[in-house]
Design a protein around this ligand. Structure first.
Ligand SMILES: [Zn+2]
Ligand SMILES: [Zn+2]
Length: 80
């Protein structure tokens, strides 16, 4: 069983951007496993954003969170 950490910045929209970080749900060490992820971005421009998504088999962060920049240093080693 394992999980992944993720972090990065959202795209720059409407004059501001947000930072986000967190850990995915825990999943078995098998090919094709998925993780669930949810949380809140940093507080910027007077608000935060909530997000909730899931990864898929061999799918990277930009697919699960299409509005964020890719930062998958953990998933790269854990997903051959
Ligand atoms: Zn995994
Ligand atoms: Zn915002």
């Amino acid at each position: 069983m394992h999980s992944h950490s993720f972090s990065g910045y959202t795209s720059y929209n409407n004059g501001h951007r947000h930072y986000y970080m967190g850990m995915t749900s825990i999943s078995p060490d098998v090919p094709g496993h998925i993780h669930y992820m949810a949380g809140y971005t940093s507080f910027d421009d007077g608000h935060t954003h909530a997000y909730r998504s899931a990864t898929g088999p061999a799918i990277y962060w930009q697919h699960a969170l299409p509005w964020v920049q890719r930062n998958d240093r953990d998933s790269r080693s854990a997903h051959p």
